[in-house]
Design a protein around this ligand. Sequence first.
Ligand code: GLN
Length: 544
Amino acid sequence: MNKYIFVTGGVCSSLGKGVAASSLGALLEGRGLNVRMVKCDPYINMDAGTMSPYQHGEVYVTDDGAETDLDLGNYARFTSGPLGRANSITTGQVYDAVIRKEREGRYLGRCVQVIPHITDEIKSRILTPAREDADTDVVIVEIGGTVGDIESIPFLEAARQLIHELGKTNAISVHLTLIPEVAGGELKTKPTQHSVKAMQEQGIQPDVLICRAPTMLDESTRRKIALFTNVDPDAVFTSYNVDTTIYEVPLIFFNQELDQVVLKKLGVESRHTDLTAWHSMTERFAVRKGKVRIGIVGKYMELHDAYKSVYEALFHGGLACGVEVEPVKIDSSRLEETDNQENILGPGAPGGGINGILVPGGFGQRGINGMVKAAAWARTNRIPYFGICLGMQIMVIDWGRNVLGWEDADSTEFNQDTKHPVISLLEEQVDVKNYGGTMRLGKSDTVTEPGTLIAAAYGQRTVSERHRHRYEFSNKYRGEMIESGLKIAAYTPDGSLVECVEWPEHPWGLGVQFHPEFKSKPTGASPLFRDFIAAARDCMRAAL
Ligand code: GLN
């Protein structure tokens, strides 16, 4: 019998529900269980693919090419079960499926309603990952939004029905709330009491509470919360603020025996306890020496979540190389407005010089010329440079403009009339009008050329990474690019598409058409992020 854990949040958003759910997943994996993670998103979009990174943070891409919510990125960093289309459920998908069935006449003339038709569709989707994967022991279902939101009601109702149908020992509710601190340092439990009441109004009695608080809750506060909420005192946990790293949260929960309480409630025997990977990660965190400053030159700089997996992967790279990584967020349009890059990237910049430049993925024209300037700066000043997707295309545009002397070299995404379209659309993409899910998406193989940085990083000929883009390196310029010195370091297996370019005679200048950040973990950094940070660290030390 598969076990289900429904994770909900109350009081307010941004309490770290994704991190809490993922950390619980990590602990249960540490107990030898096969854990699957599912996210329910109450928004009406079919998926996150068409949402602006400003609105909703990054779009996380899975192996099977689903464009999902960034919480799936958290799951991927904390747990190791497969993640794909079936692990991300949105209101849009649910209604789309129900309305299609209605049009096909599959409801046999009945009036189609939220209960039972929408809730049945939600329940069936929640049950799908375990149904399709016989190895599953536990499914953790995170319900997005905050209890009390109109949008999440059908998902909570589906959870209520499932808890009832599966039985209390097979399905439990874990509820995350906030314990605010008021003037004088007093911790307040009232919002938590109200939040649990809101859950009870939906017919769900939380079995476990995780309270987000500035510091560890004392025994009397936990007893008080328990008394008001019908939750056992030993099932009230604290997710206190950490000034180290979010990757410590699994161990913080472990020390409070969260996994033991959850397993007991679900009647599951733990197979073993192995949290070695998390312990060694915290050890590596503690012994980092020195700091490298990495300039991230992009266009969505105000919102940290817009490049979430990139920042996380940089941190992982730092862990692997024994250094702290300071991300320096640089809005590329600032570089467009000035010819004095020195004050933004060089030793004249606030806080000192940048030791490495990363241009992440992106869409649209704004800020592109600033990114090209950043690439040219890194190339000519021998600063390590890492281009991801758009960042690789930027390297090719810089090479066309500044090495081959084609002033108008560009991607046709930004200039349709350029005489030198060094980046352009594939034939099959030219007539695409529908923007949802029509890019080159998901995992595919890349074959590396021996003797290149990318081959050294992965240590293998064929690598598998994920894509999310529409434009490609234009093959008609391959010859001139190679003759002028640009290295083509990896291709698709049939050789038809360029997957990686590298700068010659440079400490570390590399761009890839795929997104290695999606597969990076704190317990195992992406090889390219690791080597980029190592190069930045070595350049920084050489300059001292
Ligand atoms: N806009 C570019 C393309 O569609 C790059 C996409 C990306 O960086 N993810 O090809």
